[in-house]
Design a protein around this ligand. Structure first.
Ligand code: CP3
Length: 349
């Protein structure tokens, strides 16, 4: 277990911090030459299933950027993949499902997760990383939120309009709820095991929740997400809930009960703080595409995020979504230094 006063963990609990903590979604990945060097040419799932490589990939951004948290190198589809459901991750595209879920009978193909038996490699990676990290760098575990994982299983792959998912939820709500209930249980079983193995906080990725109207989010996504967060709360580690394009959903998402709400770049952090309410920290929200600009511009944008975050405790600096592969790692390292030097949320100076 990390130092409870590690800056990242303190900020999640809205306690004073020595500096604003920062990490980047997708910090382990193609932007890093050292990642490309050991990633190998096979499926990313093979690299994830190899604890030695996955440990090294998880630690690379900590060494390179000096971030306050590592995020486990894995993927949101690992639990379904590991239970034998046919899914692959296609480079440049994302998860692709051979035989998508469309009917009640298809639910029978999703079996419960045995975390040690099916994903022992993930737990081994966590134990190794936790053993290597200094006490003030936290390790974040994660799972996909039921809606976002379901979107891949029903669509069969990445989608623009989520037409098939929405068709299923509206035309056959019983099958839909059966699906997200199973995925919620998988996420719970995975996260409980990740915490037991040594992660210090967990993030639930509901990346595509922003495709839903508030009414549909409340009816078709929120209950299963709330169930996952309720189960994890008793484990005593901070929880983060994140999605993209969720400006109109932030109030509802907050009602699921995360300690920290992830905010994309579309909502200024002061507005986001109002929408999520006083009992939660916020995480974000530099536009990942802004990081492709010259550093003077990136610095200006970073300072704008810090200004919106204000001085009240409870800000974890991050991008509004994942690092783009074409990002210059030197820029991200300079962002970390700038945030550490100039962030004010909960910092006595
Ligand atoms: O550094 C980290 O963030 C840790 C590792 C991580 C990966 N996937 C590794 C990965 C995390 C946290 C994820 C979560 C994930 N996976 C999400 C939620 C976060 C988000 O981006 O919204 C989603 C939607 C997925 C599904 C997925 N997996 C997509 C859309 C892709 C991209 C496909 C591509 O090639 O652009 C993947 C593949 C993937 N997962 C890569 C990495 C580093 C890149 C591919 C590779 O190196 O082969």
């Amino acid at each position: 277990m990390r130092n409870r006063s590690a800056p990242f963990l303190a900020a999640c609990r809205r306690e004073p911090v020595p500096h604003t903590p920062v990490w980047f979604m997708r910090q382990a990945g193609r932007a890093l030459p050292e990642y490309r060097a050991i990633r190998g040419t096979g499926s990313i799932l093979e690299a994830i299933a190899d604890p030695e490589r996955a440990t090294e990939i998880t630690l690379q951004p900590v060494r390179r950027y000096g971030v306050d948290a590592a995020i486990l190198f894995s993927d949101i589809v690992v639990p379904v993949w590991a239970t034998g459901f046919g899914v692959e991750i296609v480079a440049g595209r994302g998860p692709v499902v051979e035989d998508p879920i469309r009917t009640p009978a298809d639910l029978g193909r999703l079996r419960p997760l045995d975390p040690e038996g099916d994903t022992g490699f993930v737990l081994e990676t966590i134990r190794r990383v936790a053993g290597e990290l200094a006490g003030d760098v936290a390790l974040i575990g994660f799972a996909g939120a039921p809606f976002t994982v379901a979107s891949y299983l029903v669509e069969g792959g990445p989608s623009r309009d989520f037409a098939r998912v929405k068709t299923l939820m509206h035309s056959d709500p019983a099958t839909w709820h059966g699906l997200v209930d199973r995925l919620a249980q998988m996420a719970i079983d995975s996260l409980v095991a990740q915490v037991a193995a040594g992660v210090d906080a967990v993030q639930l990725f509901d990346s595509w929740a922003g495709s839903l109207s508030p009414a549909d989010y409340e009816r078709f996504a929120l209950p299963a997400t709330t169930r996952v967060l309720d189960a994890v709360r008793s484990l005593g580690v901070p929880t983060i809930l994140f999605g993209v394009g969720t400006g109109e959903l932030l109030g509802l998402m907050s009602s699921a009960g995360p300690d920290v709400m992830g905010i994309d770049w579309r909502v200024p952090l002061d507005v986001a703080r109002d929408r999520v309410g006083p009992g939660r920290a916020v995480q974000g929200n530099l536009d990942p595409a802004a990081c492709l600009a010259p550093f003077e511009v990136v610095a200006e944008e970073t300072r704008a995020v810090l200004a919106r975050a204000g001085s009240a405790p409870g800000h974890v600096f991050n991008l509004g979504h994942g690092v783009l592969p074409e990002t210059d790692p030197g820029i991200l390292g300079a962002v970390v230094d700038l945030v550490h030097a100039e962030g004010r949320a909960g910092v006595a100076r």
